[in-house]
Design a protein around this ligand. Structure first.
Ligand SMILES: [Zn+2]
Length: 444
């Protein structure tokens, strides 16, 4: 049973700040024809260079040499931060790109996070996605009529979880985005390669240890994002991930700015939550039947905006929920509600009409169109121009029930599902958040 193999269960929480509006990508972006049209990020400093460590001849994924670079990180990636990453952080700070806002704290030791009294997480300068503050840099919605499929927290080797999902995806030739935990990649390299190579799925960042980002220092954030980017880079022939999803949807303006200006990452939240992660709670927050019903309702609802749905791949029930849901997409389409189900990265790569990110078709990675195309070794994306650091573009969801609250408590439930999930940190007194499975027993 899954629970028996769970060695580490990490949970935490977080909140947000204000970041500069994105600069429209210059037209010159097309380099060597690698990308469909142009780059999304400004090219002010070389993020790819942050991950080069010696020869580009990278060790085989899963080999001792591959493991060696990450073996000592454990649950404390900040113990070892390459100077180049810190330098990039310091440059961003010097350019006033990283807001100096309060960190959230966790009075109960990790399952909840709160901002200091008088600080409203739903407003500037915090703009926490957990408070439904939608920064314009973030992705919450899909283009009309499209479903962006993603699964979080993998990869794991537990046979009924990632492996069963991957078999299903291969059978149905369906791509999804995997927001992966760095430590889980280290523990399950074979499953990583199945996702990347066999399925051809795009890989996004879900941090190294799956903590609540709003609680962490700037340096800790650099370590959480940097090491996950590094292991993805090392395992994909040098691809730099474009997208990241904050654990628990916990992102504020400071977190968002570090992701963007140090590493060139775009933050992806969601607009519907399957709440699959609550099935393991006692009592369960949802059931397989309820998830099925929720999906049916979403698919019969408005096609605008399109759907970005939070799902996971770390338990048997997660995967069962996905497998049960999947036929509903075709059923809805054949009954007059056409949906195009793609990975999150495919929502914006231009392969379907209207699939763009702010009007620009972008590759799955910052330096590559997809898993098979060339990797641009000379790219230099990320790092916003200092002239763009002024205001934060955001809006609060009209469905938010949190605005005006300074505390991200767990049991608060939004009538709207957009982030209802991972901002809930306790249920029935039990910390539930997304599970981080770090188990040597399951490691390949
Ligand atoms: Zn997660």
């Amino acid at each position: 049973m899954f629970a028996k193999s769970l060695i580490a269960l990490l949970s935490t929480l977080a909140l947000v700040t204000a970041v500069p509006n994105p600069v429209p990508p210059p037209a010159q972006q097309e380099r060597r024809g690698v990308l469909p049209t142009s780059w999304h990020h400004p090219r002010d400093h070389p993020v790819a260079a942050l991950f080069r460590r010696g020869p580009e001849d990278l060790p085989a994924v899963g080999s001792d040499a591959w493991r060696a670079k990450f073996a000592n990180l454990g649950q404390n990636p900040e113990a070892n931060i390459p100077q180049a990453w810190l330098d990039a952080l310091h440059r961003a700070q010097a350019a006033n790109l990283i807001p100096n806002i309060p960190l959230a704290t966790s009075p109960d030791g990790g399952s909840t996070a709160v901002y200091p009294p008088g600080v409203n997480g739903g407003q500037e300068p915090i703009c926490s996605s957990q408070f439904q503050c939608r920064h314009t840099d973030d992705i919450w919605d899909a283009p009309s009529g499209m479903i962006g499929l993603s699964v979080d927290d993998g990869p794991v080797s537990f046979p009924d979880a990632s492996p069963r999902l991957y078999d299903f995806l291969r059978t149905h030739n369906q791509k999804v985005t995997h927001f992966m935990i760095g430590a889980n990649i280290l523990n399950a390299p074979t499953m990583f390669m199945r996702a990347f190579e066999e399925l051809g799925d795009d890989i996004g960042v879900h941090t190294w240890t799956h903590r609540h980002m709003s609680l962490l220092s700037n340096e800790q954030l650099v370590a959480e994002l940097g090491w996950t980017l590094q292991i993805i880079y090392d395992s994909t022939e040098g691809r730099v991930a474009r997208y990241w999803r904050p654990p628990y949807g916990d992102c504020d303006n400071r977190v968002r700015a570090i992701a963007k200006h140090v590493f060139g990452l775009t933050t992806v939240i969601w607009n519907q939550d399957s709440r699959d992660w609550t099935m393991a709670a006692n009592p369960p927050g949802t059931t397989l039947a309820r998830i099925q019903s929720d999906f049916a309702n979403w698919l019969s609802g408005p096609r605008t905006p399109g759907l970005v749905i939070l799902e996971h791949e770390i338990t048997a029930d997660d995967v069962t929920a996905f497998i049960n849901m999947y036929p509903l997409i075709a059923a809805a389409s054949s009954s007059g509600q056409p949906w195009t189900a793609v990975s999150v990265a495919q929502l914006f790569d231009g392969h379907v009409e209207g699939a763009t990110l702010n009007g620009t078709a972008v590759g799955w990675y910052q330096n590559a169109k997809d898993n098979e195309g060339d990797v641009d070794q000379e790219m230099d994306v990320a790092g916003g121009s200092p002239t763009t650091s002024s205001s934060a573009g955001h809006s609060n969801s009209t469905t938010s029930t949190r605005t005006g609250t300074a505390t991200a408590t767990a049991t608060s439930t939004s009538s709207h599902s957009t982030s209802d999930a991972h901002k809930t940190f306790t249920l029935g007194g039990v910390a539930v958040g997304a599970l981080v499975l770090i188990t040597s027993a399951l490691a390949l």
